[in-house]
Design a protein around this ligand. Structure first.
Ligand code: DAH
Length: 335
């Protein structure tokens, strides 16, 4: 009879595949209502001498079953671990996934270089809105109603008095209205003009500069701009100022630097002149200072403005401005 239990158990154990099944088997034999437990309980019905013999036999089987279950448990746990290791296998010798790095856009590289140079010379950075009032963009800058820049062909009008700013110069007005002189800031940002060809895009970037104080002279303007060009392009670059006209400066100048491509001997980029125009500048017109309520007897100053795309095109020898905005990864990767 006990032999039978033992054989049945061994048979049962063979078919056990999982820890769950093993536990069921354990309950079946050793649980409160298990086969072995029932046998142990029935001992009380036997005589003391029988009890000793039968009890020993049952205990032996019980021990046998416990041992078998314990070793099967070890076996199953190990098998489970092996399965898990197989399922979660990571081949650490495989090459990693390639992540490509972005890089700074060439216009931002140049823009930040310009900003850094002027910060080192003590200028603050001022910002203004791209959607601007006609008043700040034109009127306050002494640009008369019939000025060609005000034409619908050149300016994006949103309404009669609201436009997309055509230059960063309106930030001069906003910056001066915000504070009392002396002021010294640059204003980098996007500007918009209704224009598109190989050297013009409807949106482009400018950096404006403004310095107002007592006794500012044209030599201060020259000093700052020559220093800027030398820091940007190199100490050896010659710089020249040509008389020009802007409604908001008097006198006005256009600033040229020696052609960095041909070193002044003449090439296609400088149109054989040896010079490249890179800046507009001048002494701030008293009418502009009056418009912001500055005392023109006491204060004067200079302003300048430059196009970032043009500088970047010269620096990196790019001959089509549209390349900056096409987002062609082959172009952008080169910087
Ligand atoms: N605002 C001018 C333009 O967009 C550039 C310019 C010229 C700005 C002379 C200045 C300046 O501040 O003094 O063409």
């Amino acid at each position: 009879m006990f032999e039978e239990i033992r054989d049945r158990f061994s048979e049962d154990l063979k078919s056990v595949q999982s820890l769950q099944e093993l536990n069921n088997l354990k309950v079946k034999y050793l649980g409160k209502k298990g086969i072995i437990t029932a046998q142990l309980k029935s001992l009380s019905t036997l005589s003391p001498s029988e009890r000793q013999v039968v009890g020993k036999l049952i205990n032996n089987i019980k021990l046998f079953i416990e041992n078998e279950i314990a070793s099967k448990e070890l076996f199953l746990k190990d098998a489970e671990l092996q399965n898990l290791l197989k399922a979660e296998y990571i081949d650490i010798t495989l090459p990693g996934k390639y992540t490509s790095y972005g890089s700074e856009h060439p216009l931002n590289i140049v823009l930040n270089e310009v900003i850094d140079i002027f910060i080192r010379m003590g200028f603050n950075v001022e910002e203004g809105p791209e959607v601007e009032l006609d008043y700040y963009n034109f009127e306050a800058l002494n640009i008369p109603k019939d000025h060609p820049a005000r034409d619908m062909q050149d300016t994006f009008y949103i309404s009669e008095d609201i436009i997309l700013r055509t230059h960063t110069s309106p930030v001069q007005i906003r910056g001066m209205l915000k504070r009392k002189p002396p002021v010294r800031f640059i204003a980098p940002g996007k500007v918009y003009r209704c224009d598109a060809d190989i050297s013009h895009t409807p949106m482009f970037h400018q950096v404006e500069g403004l310095m107002i104080d007592e006794n500012i002279t044209f030599s201060n303007l020259k000093g700052i701009l020559v220093a800027f060009i030398h820091m940007m392009f190199g100490e050896e670059i010659p710089v020249r100022f040509r008389p020009s006209f802007f409604p908001f400066t008097e006198p006005s100048a256009e600033v040229d630097m020696g052609c960095i491509l041909c070193k002044g001997t003449g090439c296609r980029v400088c149109k054989q002149s040896g010079w490249l125009e890179i800046l507009g500048a001048g002494m701030v017109h008293p009418a502009v200072l009056e418009n912001v309520g500055y005392d023109t007897e006491k204060y004067n100053g200079f302003a300048f403005g430059m196009g970032i795309e043009r500088i970047a095109m010269l620096k990196y020898q790019i001959d089509d401005i549209r390349l900056f905005f096409e987002n062609d990864i082959r172009f952008l990767r080169q910087f």
